[in-house]
Design a binder for this molecule. Sequence first.
Ligand code: PLP
Length: 435
Amino acid sequence: MVAEAKRLILEAVEKYHLEAAGEARFVPGATPILPSGAVLTAEDRVALVEAALDMRIAAGVSSRLFERRFAKALGLRKAHMTNSGSSANLLALSALTSPQLGDHRLRPGDEVITVAAGFPTTVNPIYQNGMTPVFVDVELGTYNATAERVAAAVGPRTKAIMLAHALGNPYEVDEVAKLAEEHGLFLIEDNCDAVGSLHRGKLTGTFGDLATTSFYPAHHITTGEGGCVLTDNLVLARIVESMRDWGRDCWCEPGEDDTCRKRFLYRLGDLPERYDHKYTFSHVGYNLKATDIQAALGLTQLARLPEFGAARRRNWQRLRAGLEGTKGYLLPSATPGSDPSWFGFAITLTEDASFERYELLRFLGDRGIGTRLLFAGNLTRHPGYLDREYRVVGDLANSDIILERTFWVGVYPGLTAEMIDYVAASLREFAATKN
Ligand SMILES: Cc1ncc(COP(=O)(O)O)c(C=O)c1O
């Protein structure tokens, strides 16, 4: 009876989806061309409704299954879902402060090498943990720091490197990982914009000690809000889990008890004998968990990751070819040895461009073409960061150029070849009228 009712509801949901989606005919100038967005099918909608029907409103079986499958997809041992990519970054860096890491652990006052030309929540966990960011500049075109710049920034207080693969384009992560190893530094790869990108044939997110992802709708797969921390290191994985789940020492799923059969046999901290392990806290933790409703969507989305990656690559190549040689634009390029699953297509106006960025963004906006800045450009110039302590190695000249002259347009799988051609034609037309 209940099973039949569920079947009928889900059948109706599938029908609803097909009707609600309607026919998507592209009308140049009228149809919005978003910089990013989720690509959702009837299967995704059914998965969401099914999780809701089952009232799987907290983290549970779907979350665990998603974590296992996502870790496997990236070839890593462990994944822990979080409620956002920013939470994943906070959790990853915070995990490295665990006393369980002994002398190797990060402490307030330590320095972490990163970039100012990126998303703020790659940097914020450094401040939130009482540490100091060390900013290095990035290259124009790849929008990544080079391993050489990172190497020049290593100082006596440096303990970690935390860098994002810019707009899906891998940095020289093999060399950065080697550098980290040589200097005994932790490496966190913020892989939020680069799931499925390859560097020297290896997936990004698999080079460092910890990797993070975001599943916000703009990203390679979505769970609505959501993210993940991944690692191959089982010690770090346990710490991540503990810190995500209130700091607890116990690893029983919510609702489970005594899976280790030692619930009352631990003697930890200053606690009395036979104290309940389920309520023993080994870290000053958070609650950053996601829900099964998010995970249910993640599971249907994950199956499409290869297809999404192919579409991102195809769209990027088409746009790149369509803009080749256009005056006034510095076009993006993949880091040598990389095969990026692109997040976006960045353009920097050349120094001699005869127009300003805002004019172009307005022109594109009037044609329904959405644009975004390369996140913070130079984070140190933002109001929230003016009074914060940081160290700069070299200068941030390119970050300043990005702040003033860079933007990006979309390549996400929801965009068709026709749309990409319209974006290229619009960009060419604007440049031609100005030159
Ligand atoms: C590189 C990078 N890191 C972290 C985040 C934060 O992810 P979330 O929006 O899920 O918090 C983003 C967001 O787009 C990002 O681009």
